[in-house]
Design a protein around this ligand. Sequence first.
Ligand SMILES: [Zn+2]
Length: 302
Amino acid sequence: MQPRSPKASCRGLIADGRSQGCQRITRDRFSRLISSVKNETGTLAKARPNPDLPRVLLVEDEQPIRDIVVPWLFRDGFDCREAADGRAAMELLAAAEGGNGIWQRLIDDRDALARVAEKALDACHFDANTGGERPGWEEKCSRACYDCLLSYSNQPFHPLIDRHLIREYLLALRTSTTTKKTERSREEHYAWLEERRDQNSNLEREFLKVLYESGRRLPDRAQLRPESGVYAEADFYYERDGLPGICIFCDGPDHDQSNRKESDQRERGKLGDLGYRVLTIRYDSKIDEQLISNRDVFGIGN
Ligand SMILES: [Zn+2]
């Protein structure tokens, strides 16, 4: 395949009826043609995206083409973004809220990266299972071609691009699984929580110390308000896979005042309604006993 150029792109737009073929046209004429189509598309109203239609990310290195296609996609109800090349497309995805869920999915779905590697091997003409060449491609594509890695936009790098260089790496990824890396050791995590807890609360300090020293499960977070609409900040928080987590409240004597009691009950009740589990550690009973009666959360320890 030849690299796509403005001339090549407009072959599909201008058919020469007499010769049944396509005219070669000058860049000037191409520009005039694009301008006339753009004038026409410029009159298209930007419709409200239809929520039932998928969102479209148009990756196209020629701006005139994007200028035409994008308004038409909007007209037909697609919510559309555009990017000039793969790098710009990746930046758009990364900048979107939560990376459009892609990064999270790669972490949550332990085989997702392996499937991406499988597709990449296939795109580079390799058999994803054996790593061997797919039939016929060894002769057709020695290092890279326009069916695999080459494009008009990466032309300056063509001498450097070689599909064989990534084969071993992709094969290793092909059999990989993704696991979430714990960033801190238990000691580091304890110090991290200790730094973030309410420094004025002896009960919080004691609770955390007992958990740590007895080898029980440490909370994932400290001082977390899990719902912006609920006025309750958990002193500690345990995550639960895919579910609202467990909120730990360490209540000193000030929580016994009647107005405080009432607001605690109301706001914590809202968290309960939203699916969070709410646990209170009280100052006036032994921490150890309270941990034992909730061993499904804190573990049994040493
Ligand atoms: Zn190729």
